[in-house]
Design a protein around this ligand. Structure first.
Ligand SMILES: [Zn+2]
Length: 110
């Protein structure tokens, strides 16, 4: 599993999505739903949970069997099974936080 410092992770996110953090996207390792920070804000959810929770946990409609039916599921990377080996670890102040991966799209170099 990829390990990065907090700064490396933030730099990679900015390279992928730009400086506007609301456009940053993360992929649920269980149902593979991609959610942006803006999606969480639209649900009145804590935008800091976008990289650790599937949007199904905050919209009240997530499926419990990790089948994305448009609303996501109930996965959280701080649970027993982390990110199922599909996430990455971010090191911050000596602490390791397991987070969802970015969706697999090209790095924008403009
Ligand atoms: Zn999910």
């Amino acid at each position: 599993m990829k390990k990065q410092t907090l700064q490396e992770w933030l730099t990679e996110a900015e390279e992928r999505f730009g400086a506007d953090k609301k456009q940053w996207e993360f992929k649920c390792p269980a149902c593979e739903r991609v959610s942006s920070v803006q999606d969480f804000l639209d649900e009145d959810a804590d935008p800091n949970s976008v990289y650790q929770q599937c949007i199904g946990r905050v919209n009240g409609k997530g499926s419990t069997d990790q089948k994305d039916v448009g609303y996501g599921c109930n996965w959280a990377s701080y649970g027993l099974f982390g990110t199922l080996g599909k996430g990455r670890k971010v090191l911050n102040d000596g602490e390791e936080v397991e987070v969802f991966n970015f969706p697999n799209h090209e790095v924008v170099t403009s």
